[in-house]
Structure formats: C-alpha cells, structure tokens
Design a protein around this ligand. Sequence first.
Ligand code: BG6
Length: 482
Amino acid sequence: MTRTTAGNPGPPTTVILFGATGDLARRKLLPGMLHLMRTELLPELRIVGTSLEDHDRESFIDFARKAIEEFAPDVTDGQWDDFAKKLWFAPGGSVDALKRTVAEAEAECTESQTRLHYLSVPPKAALSVIEMLRDADLAKGSRIIMEKPFGTDLVSAKALNAAVHKVFREEQIFRIDHFLGKEAALNILALRFANGLFEPIWNRHMISNVQIDIPETLGLEGRAAFYEGTGAYRDMVVTHLFQVLAFIAMEPPTALDPHAITEEKNKVFRSMLAIRPENVVRGQYVGYRDGEGVDPESETETFIALKCFVDNWRWAGVPFYLRTGKKLAEGQRIISVGFREPPKSMFPEGSGIGQHGPDHLTFDLADKAKMSLSFYGKRPGPGFRLDKQSMQFSVDETSWAGSVLEAYERLILDAVKGNHTLFTTADGVERLWEISQPLLDDQPPVRPYAAGSWGPNQIHQLIAPRAWRLPFERRWRDKNAT
Ligand code: BG6
C-alpha cells in the first residue's frame, strides 16, 4: 500500500549517518528517510553517509538504490532521482573528509538547518565516533541519535554516558529504542490513558500475569560481528522489551511531554527487582556456532526467556514473562495481559470454562498494529458450551492504514524536531543495567534448541502453571483472508 502521511513538516536537515552501509541503514534508515522526504515530512533533507567500508559517493548511491529497490519498492523513479541527489559519502575514519563533506552538503541549503548525527554503530565504536565529531567541530548545536545497546553493562554504560556528556549536552542526545516508535506501542498509551475503562482493572487485583513475547524467525543476517558480543539479552531485552514493559506498567503521566513520560517510565525501572539468574532461560540455536564469524565455542545466547517483577503497589507479585530469540518457529511481537479468573464458576467441568487459559488483552506490535480482547462466550446451539471468543481491532482495516509511520521514520522526525518523549535517558538506561547485573555476573548455561522451535524446553517450567500464549490457538482474523 502507498503510504500517504501528512503532518507538520520538519526543518531543513542534514543527517550524518555513521554505519551508512550497515544492515539497519539498508533495511530501515535509508528507506525511512526517503519516505520522510517524499511525504514532505522532511522535505529539505540531505544525508552524508559514512562507514569504514570502501565506498565513494557513486557507490554509496548505488548501495542506497539497491536498498530502496528491496525495502521500498513502491518508490517511483522520480522520487528516487530526487533522493539520490541528496546523498553524499565521506570515507570513515577521516576527520577532514567528514568535515569537508558535511560542509559541502550543508552549503546546498541557504536556510538555517538542523544537523543530526545518527550513530548506527556497535557500542564499542560509539566513543570513537563521538571523538571524531568533537575533532571535526561538528557537535556544537547539533543533535545525536545513538543506537542501542547503550553500553554492555552498568560500568560501560556509565563510562559511555560520561564520555558522551563531554561532547554533547543531554538535550542534544536521543537514545533511540525503535520499539517505542511503533504505532502499536504508542497505542498502549492511548488505550490506557485516553479511556476510563482500563485504569480500574490495570493492577495486581485484576491482572494475573503479563507476557511480552517477541520471537523472530530471522537468524543473524550477516550481523555475527555485532551479535557475538551482544546476544539476545543485550540486543532485545535490556532495550526493547523493558521499554515496552514500562509502557504497560507505568503510572498515568501528568502530560504527554518528555519529562512526564520519562519520569513515569524511570519510576517503573526503579521499582523493578533485579533479574535473578534462576528466573532466566538462555538458549542457542543448533548450528549457531557453525555460522561465519561465530566462535565455535560461543556461549552467546540467541534466545532468552525470563520472569521479572515490578515491585510497587500496582504490580507487586505479578510476574512479567519476557521471551525473544532468533530462528524461532514464528515471527511475532505480542504483549498479552492475562486477567484473573473468576473466583467461582457456575459452569460445570466439561463446559469449556478455563480450557483456553484466562481472558486476555493482546497487543500485536506488528507494523500492522492489532489489538484483541478475548473472553469466554457461549457457543451457539443447544446446551451451554463455552468457547474463547474475541473482539479484534486492526489498524489495517481503518481508513488511516496508509498514514502509519514506520518506527524509525517517526523517531528520526521527532529527533529532528527536538522532541525527546519517545527516547530513553541516561538514568533509565543505567538503572536497567543495574537490575541486569546479577544476571550478567552469573549467566545460566546456554541450552541448545532446534531452529524452528519455540526455544529450549525449560521455558515451560519458567512459566508453569501458566502457559505461553504463543503459538496462538487461533489465528488473528484477517479481513483479506479467503
Ligand atoms: C533490533 C535488533 O533492534 O530489533 C534485531 O538488533 C531485531 O536483532 C530487531 O531483529 C527487531 O525489530 P523489529 O522492528 O523488526 O521487530
């Protein structure tokens, strides 16, 4: 579907993209920035790509063209031509070349403009890029987006924050977590705080458990160098899954503004109990160690499932089960809020009551966001048989389906406009590493699992006597299905 976003355009902008020939740039950032340009959300946009790979302007434009053909196939020739003219390349590692190329790109625009550095680089490369920006005198007055994971533990996160703060003020820094830019994640805030219906039931009295389950079918996709030193916990949990957890668990913010939202999210992180190794299952898919660039004795986890707790008045005692991993049976991104079962039932055994778990509210964080409330209802016909039924909402079935902004598009636009609401702060990130430290200090063994499975068998013990919602017993309804 052609997307037709309209909204307030951002100011003229030059993005300096570090890691410009990496996987993220190819899949999301270059197609996303083209989208912002063609929908006039960022009509005046220039991009200076830089990377350690051997490229010049021409070969970078060629790289971008292939990325667009693959990930934004509906782009017209005219739109591509306009975009290609806005691409520059500076070879990585040279302060002079970077400075010169940025000056050349910026000289194309006579109006005042925003300069945005996007660091799509692994954590260990972040510091040298920051120093390069200082040496090239490109930091002053600019903004910087930093990719996760922000550090690899508490000590390194603190050191990185301190080093970044020597060059950039906190207001200039945008620590990105793209899950917070997903329409479906934002809809959690709308559902919770724009309606009176949910607040009274949003607590430990009514909710028995929460599952945040993000299995992926993807493998490493050529990212072994990054993934070997990162693993599923640092790549996904301490970043995306905890951020999403905060949206589910936070108290009502006083306003839709950066300070209020951040404060409530950070309160959730402060209330979280440290992650205990005995509540964690780590896994590695069979065959991972044979992959190119992977240590044959690697202990990196490609799968993780864990139980954690937010120990405050609203959530004390309610387990949050988190799971994610590579090469699993299905690609899904769901949050499932499980409600307590009724204390007594007039329905006899065999009627179907409770047979499919408790009633649930489910958010699907897929690009085509969905939501579903499932409950027991009467199966039509004689007798009184109960069955699980559901009310479902899908953005795709509404007239706004074409307006959905991809998460990176939204967050780049927010950063250009200086809006910090959906970005993480130094405090928040450090607190998440702090609660992670007991796990990082004493990692349970990695257990093998077959590619295409749901992870090692121990995941069932972790959640017993409950069960994982995935795989779903029933599919989401699809209006386009025949
Ligand atoms: C990235 C991780 O941040 O998120 C990847 O580094 C993961 O390993 C990806 O595949 C998942 O994001 P999405 O939006 O595709 O679900």
